[in-house]
Ligand binder design. Structure first.
Ligand SMILES: O=C(O)C1=C[C@@H](OP(=O)(O)O)[C@@H](O)[C@H](O)C1
Ligand SMILES: C=C(OP(=O)(O)O)C(=O)O
Length: 436
């Protein structure tokens, strides 16, 4: 729905990547891990259910603290039924890494979106470590795997820039004798490395010539931790773009994680002329965090540096919305990975924004968006836009709706609950708040 400004102060839910890892590492540690600010979205709950099925005890207290009683590295149990990963690629690929070095058989299933996504990228290195796989055609879910015991340590150079593949190999390495080494030609989000070090794993990172070499010593003991999960920059992104676009907006988004491997959207929006100020930059549980003040701004199109891609990989759908209202052209390249997320995000956003009146050209590895120079989009009149079971398409198009004359109707808002269950309520709150 078009209309009122976003003002006041909001707080987005906990970071999805850190929430998955808090549960997984807690489940492998000795003792009780606690997590505050955990994202209670469907994707993270799928991780919790799978870890319970493999022996961990995971419970939520009344005040919102999660307690995780771990089984210890090497002691995951055989699950009795298939593990339902829902819509979540991160749950699937990281848990496949854990299972790969445990003597157990597990079957992974998922929804229609997840069942189309490529798992060959983790099957390849985990097979080299000794795990055995029976995937569906094309290396997809449903998939059954048998972990190796003992698994074989490998050196693996990532063929795609993927934190999920990196993490799957490192997690398999946790219960593999010797040193498992991952070489990352292009840096991706580093929560696995930071958090495993915090849990006491022997993990080192060496940077040479732009590459990162990560080594983990296997069969280590992890020590339980007390974790505070920062707010998710990927969720804050929708509110930041909405506030930049809707006239009169002046919004503070509190407690946003700004790990440099995650925060490039804010850099790019500033390059486009967006007024985004960091207030009270601080450290929360080993991650940089700040409050972001975002004011409506006149944006101009830019050529987005492809080197920034991995540090804003989930934020491109909403960047395309910002670009639709900027002055001039925004050109993005190097985004082949967007075609294998919950949906083909290049095709889905080109179609959805086009239907809402934006000028978008789809290229093989990116979109070229010619903005309106600040005028609202027309919006959708008859047909709802198609979101393909992709939460980020649904939320991006909701933001596009705020910056349109007639609003945008989306076909399915249910997937928003995978990563941002209170998105709609928070949006309503920001649009009804008294100015800050
Ligand atoms: O490791 C993670 O937590 C994630 C890694 C990224 O996926 P890829 O590794 O497939 O790029 C990202 O898109 C996903 O939302 C979360
Ligand atoms: C790509 C995403 O998640 P996942 O790969 O975990 O499904 C996302 O949240 O945008």
């Amino acid at each position: 729905m078009p209309g009122s400004a976003l003002t006041g102060r909001i707080r987005v839910p906990g970071d999805k990547s850190i929430s998955h890892r808090s549960l997984m590492f807690g489940a492998l540690a000795v003792g009780r891990t606690t997590a505050r600010g955990l994202l209670e979205g469907e994707d993270v709950m799928a991780t919790a259910a799978a870890l319970r099925a493999m022996g961990a005890t995971i419970e939520r207290e009344g005040d919102g603290t999660w307690n995780i009683d771990g089984v210890g590295v090497g002691a995951l149990l055989q699950p009795e039924t298939a593990l339902d990963m829902g819509n979540s690629g991160t749950s699937t690929r990281l848990l496949m890494g854990l299972v790969a070095s445990h003597p157990l058989t597990a079957t992974f299933t998922g929804d229609a979106s997840l069942s189309k996504r490529p798992m060959g990228r983790v099957i390849d290195p985990l097979s080299q470590m000794g795990a055995q796989f029976t995937p569906s055609p094309g290396g997809r879910l449903p998939l059954t795997m048998r972990g190796a015991s003992p698994a074989v340590p490998i050196e693996y150079r990532l063929p795609v820039a993927s934190a999920q593949v990196k993490s799957a190999v490192l997690l398999a390495g946790l219960n593999t004798p010797g040193i498992t080494r991952v070489i990352e030609p292009v840096p991706t989000r580093d929560h696995t490395e930071r958090m495993l070090q915090g849990f006491g794993a022997q993990l080192t990172v060496e940077e040479t010539g732009g590459e990162r070499i990560i080594e983990i010593a296997g069969q280590a003991e992890l020590r339980a931790q007390d974790i505070t999960v920062p707010g998710d920059p990927s969720s804050a992104a929708f509110f930041a773009v909405a506030a930049l676009l809707v006239p009169g907006s002046d919004l503070v988004i509190e407690n946003v994680g700004l790990n440099p491997t995650r925060a490039a959207l804010f850099t790019v929006l500033r390059q486009m002329g967006g007024q985004i100020d960091e207030i009270d930059l601080r450290d929360v549980g080993g991650e940089p965090v700040a409050d972001l003040r975002v004011r409506q701004s006149r944006l101009h199109g830019i050529k987005v540096d492809p080197a920034l891609g991995p540090a804003m990989i989930d934020e491109f759908p909403v960047l395309f919305v910002a670009a639709s209202l900027a002055e001039g052209r925004t050109i993005t390249t190097g985004l082949d990975e967007l075609r294998v997320k919950e949906s083909d995000r290049l095709a889905a956003m080109a179609a959805a924004l086009g239907a809402a009146g934006a000028k978008v050209e789809e290229r093989e590895d990116g979109l070229v968006v010619t903005g309106t120079g600040g005028d609202p989009l027309a919006g959708t009149a008859d047909e709802p836009v198609v979101t393909h079971l992709d939460h980020r398409i649904a939320m991006s198009m909701a933001v596009a709706g705020l910056a349109s004359r007639n609003g945008v109707e989306v076909d399915d808002t249910a997937p928003i609950a995978t990563s941002f269950p209170n998105f709609t309520a928070l949006l309503q709150h920001a649009r009804e708040a008294a100015p800050a």
